[in-house]
Design a binder for this molecule. Sequence first.
Ligand SMILES: [Zn+2]
Length: 395
Amino acid sequence: MRESAISHRISENGQVELSQEEIRRYSRHLIMPEVALEGQKKLKAARVLTIGAGGLGSPLAMYLAAAGVGTIGVVDFDVVDESNLQRQIIHGTSDLGRPKLQSAKEKLEDINPNVKVETFEEALSSENALDIFRDFDIIVDGTDNFPTRYLVNDACVLTGKPNVYGSIFRFEGQASVFWAEEGPCYRCLYPEPPPPGLVPSCAEGGVLGILPGAIGTIQATETVKLILGIGEPLIGRLLLYDALGMRFREMKLRKDPNCPICGENPTVTELIDYQEFCGIPQAQAAAQQNAVPEISVRELKEKLDRGENVYVLDVREPHEYEIANLGARLLPLGELPERLHELDQNAEIAVHCKTGGRSAKAVKLLKDAGFANVYNVKGGITAWSEEIDPSVPKY
Ligand SMILES: [Zn+2]
């Protein structure tokens, strides 16, 4: 059986016994022949590393702890922010401002004090990934960005570990088990990263708070199945979940013989610079070249206070305007090209959005259309809320 390889490896982690307390705690597992005492001991002997204590990492680590996975490693270096609480259920309101690793560790130890939680308070990088991965049996990817996702994949291939993958966006998620020894890897599916900025992050595009719960628990299920060596793992299959339609679909994945890391003639034989690979520095340089004139929120405030004739244009969407606005004229970026005629070419125009990205595009568009005196409000309405007027809600 293909799935028994990892399960067998875990059995070799060392002899473990269950205490009476553990036998009571895991009774609903122990009475199932698919788990039984032997399986529960495997769970206890298993060492699982979760990358990130965020949306996916929360349900994932909590269920793995409850299920009795003996050692859970968590890599994260973030602090708990209010905007995390809508989905990152491992952290609570009283944890605001604390390192995520602290609140995650406390929560996991409260769920199950038998679990050993190993924390790595650092960004996963090409320098530390192989060292960290080496001591774990299974790696579970709960990251939200492409450089880290490729890094996790490559480090898993190079160390021979299964990579239990999940990703989420808005109302949709996907999950798979990438394990080069048994099937395709993430690069077999996505050989090239998307151009930077093309795929919006959850911070830009939003995510249904429950969505990581659905995907994270699928990742936890796959992890437990791999440890126990039962069922059909998601190896060679990409599971697609659509929360709005409430549908699951499945895509067959094949190992690519030309895959640069797990193929027949690999060209990637060590970890590389993943920022570079994903085109981030190049995109930053290009952005600098295409830089548009900017103004800080303080400068804008001073201009307005002096009664200067500045026309403030908001290029966000109407539903965002409803949450918070500066009383500016609303004209969403997507409609701007057709509605240029509504604006005065000779006016001094300050363009803002949520954090400054969309408004920079709008300024470029206006400049190209012959508007002479337009500039971008750096940091957008978020900066205005932080630096000028805290009564403007930050979202
Ligand atoms: Zn591959």
